[in-house]
Design a protein around this ligand. Sequence first.
Ligand code: CS2
Length: 480
Amino acid sequence: MEAGLPVDLPRLTRSDAPRPGVGIVHLGLGAFFRSHGAIYIAEAMAKSGGNWGILAASLKNPGTRDALKPQGYAYTALEAGPDGDTAQVVEVIEDLLVAPEDPQALIAAMAQPSVRIVTLTVTEKGYCHNPATGTLNMGHPDIAHDLTDPQPRSAPGFLVRALQARHAAGLRPFTVLTCDNLPHNGAVVRQAVLDLAQAIDPALARWIETEGRFPSTMVDRIVPATEPADLDRVAALTGRQDAAPVIHEPFRQWVIEDNFVDAQRPDFGAVGVELVRDVAPFELMKLRMLNGTHSSLAYLGYLAGHETISDTTTDPTFAEFAQMLWTREIIPTLRAPEGTDLGNYAAALLARYQNPAIRHLTWQIAMDGSQKLPQRLLGTLDDATTPCPGLCLAVAGWMRYVGGVDEAGTPIDVRDPLAAQLKRLSDGATTPADKVAALLNLRDVFSAGVADQIKVPVTVAFETLTAKGARAAVQEALGQ
Ligand code: CS2
C-alpha cells in the first residue's frame, strides 16, 4: 500500500461496467484534465455512446500511473462547493503510459486507427514555442533532440512522430485538441507541429497542413493540486481509499471550435460543451479576467502573506482590488462573447475565488509566470487606452516575487523555466528602478512596445512594494 493512504478501508477499484474502445489519447495527464475534459467525455459517452475511452500518457514521471494502476485507472473526483463536498468515481481512462519509459509504445498507441483525437494539457511551456513569434523554438533542448531522434521527448515531437506513422500507414490524421490556457491555443499547437514536421519531412508537413485539424478551445475549472490531507477527506466521504483523487470546484466551462477531422468527436453538445465557430472572445475573456486576476492575486497575495486564493479574496482589500482590475482595467479591453455579461462574469469569479472549500495555493498559481504574464496581463496592458495602475502593480508583484525573497526576508521557492535567469537579472541590479529595467528587457516576456509603455508605472509600483509591502501597495492603488 502506498504511504499516506488512510488505513482500514478498501481500495477503490474499477467497476465491471463494459469498457468503451479507446478513441482518444491524452498527453500530459494531470489533475486538471481528470477534473474537466475526462469528466465531460465520460458523460458524453454515458449519454450518447461512442468509443471514446481515453488512453493517457504522462510525459515526465510515473507518479500518477503508479497511483492509478492498482485502481484500474478509476479515480474519485470530489466536487468541493461552499455548501459541502460530493464525490463521483470517474471510469474513462483505459490505460496510462509513461512516455519516457517507452516512447515508441506511445507513438504506436497514437497511431491506432481507432484513435481520432489527441487531447493535451502540457502547460504553457510544453508547446516549446516562442510566445513572441508563435513559432517553434528550434533551440529548445527537447526540440533539438526530437528533430533527429525518432524517440521524442516533447509534446510536439510525439504529435509529429505519431502523425508520421499514420501518414505512412495510410490513415487519417487525428484531431489535436489542446486544453491549455494560451490564446489561440489551436493555432499555437498547429504551428509547433508544422514547424517540426517541416524540418523532419516537408511532405508530412504538407499533409498535416491540409488534412489536420487543430481546434482552439477555452477550458475552465478551478482545480488545485491534490494535497495529502485530501486523501483522508475523500476516504471519509466515500469509504474507499483512493491514492490519486482530484478536488475541483462546481463550476466548469468548455468552449470548442467545432472543427474536427471527419467531424469525429464525442457528443460534446449533449453535456454542455459550447461548440462555436470562433473561440477567441471566450478565450480572451477567460485568460484576462480569470487567469489575469488569478496571477495578480497570486503574486501580491503571496507577498502579503496569504496562502490561498480564498484567503486572499476574503481579505476585503484584495477583493476590492480584483473588482477594480475587472471594472476599470480589464473589461474595457474586451468584446463580450455572445450571451455573456462581463459584469456578471466578474461577480461569479469573485464568488468562485472565495469558495472556502478550495485551497488553491497562491504559490501554485505563481508558478511559470514568465510563460503566463504575456497572455494574462500584458495583452490587456497593450490594448488598454487608459492607465492601468492595478495591472502594473501586479507586474511589479511578479518582479518582486521572482527576486526570490519575501517581505519577511524568507526565500521563495520560485518555479519557472527562467527562474535562474530571473534571479540573476534581479540580483545583478541594485536599485528598484534598475531591477525593473533589467526584467523589462526580457524579450521572451515583454515586447519592446509594452516594456516602454509600462516602465514608469511599474517602477513606481515596484518602489512602493519594496518600501511599504504588498498590502499597503494594493491599498494605495485603490486610493485608500
Ligand atoms: C491558474 C489556472 O494555476 C493557474 O495558473 O490560474 O490553473 C486556473 O485555475 C484555471 O485556468 C481555471 O480554469
